[in-house]
Write a protein that binds this ligand. Sequence first.
Ligand code: AMP
Ligand code: MG
Length: 363
Amino acid sequence: MAQSTRKVPLTEVLRVDPTRPDPEIIARAAGCLRDGGLVAFPTETVYGLGAHARDPDAIRRLFEAKGRPAHDPLIVHVASLEQVEQVAAAVPEMARALAARFWPGPLTLVLPRGDAVPREVTAGLETVGVRVPSHPVARALLEAARLPIAAPSANLFSRPSPTCAAHVLHDLEGRIDMVLDGGPTTVGVESTVIDLTGDVPTVLRPGAVSLEQLQDVVPTAAAAGPGAFGPSAGRKEGAAPSPGLLPLHYAPRTPLVLYRGRANAVRDAILDEARDALARGERVGILATAEDAQALRPLPVVIAELGPEHDVERVAARLYAALRDLDGSGVDVILVRDFSRERGLGRALRDRLERAASAIRVV
Ligand code: AMP
Ligand code: MG
């Protein structure tokens, strides 16, 4: 079974079986967390960067490693619903009902903060985001550490979230203590965040659990208004930098232009822009569905293919890796047709594409 595969300066990479992780390796990682260390590990959504949630020094190191602004709260991961009582001041009936349906799994509940959770974790808020992940490695780690683990995505702040260990190392090698490499994650987009502390249960971040699924359990659940999602939610200073644009997040370094409108008009506009850019001597990257990729093949552009448009799960699982591939290919601009839908997992895709975009063009 898995052994240490290699050592890099300061960051140790340990390969683990994603379905049956070696207890010895998990015990080492748990010890590192208990000692205040930073350990990246796979969850079913994306890789998380874990730190002891009750240790303010560990939490400060975590923010520093990610370059994350202190006003962006962390999600606390726990092993079971019982453990939620240790981090939340109250667990309403609605939370229990949602937990019964979706945990372990990609749903984060925002609840009143418990005293045991330092304010560093919640960015000063009197609420705490908490979830029970389903990935066997995350579960084993939580059980072995016997701690609540604060874990944001294991990437540099504002960049696409990591869906494999190589992404984590690309961003954080030398800045964190350990990476548990359990292979690629399956869901590929972050957990859905629902706030249960207000009058109306409100989805603050669309994610792997859809609004429709939530409404099955809590019919009054509602989506937050535009601009309400993400780290700057509800903050004046986080207001959209230009009309129609949300604060940049999950974004490649390369400028990304998102096209909206009728599919054929958008395809033509992307072709025109690609040809113009090529004529200027620029390199062009296109993030494309399998169908569009086929049509674009004759052009001398770099294509990152996501999968068939109807296969939303596959597209979501590929999204961040494709953005990172394009970034790494040295293109000057990334063009994307907005293929997302206003339902199911499509909402999460729409949110991530909008946040990754440096410009949105409606044609
Ligand atoms: P990440 O862990 O990088 O996936 O991001 C965590 C996100 O969860 C934050 O950016 C917020 O959008 C959300 N979140 C976590 N805790 C809270 C909270 N107490 N209140 C509102 N949103 C939260
Ligand atoms: Mg993140």
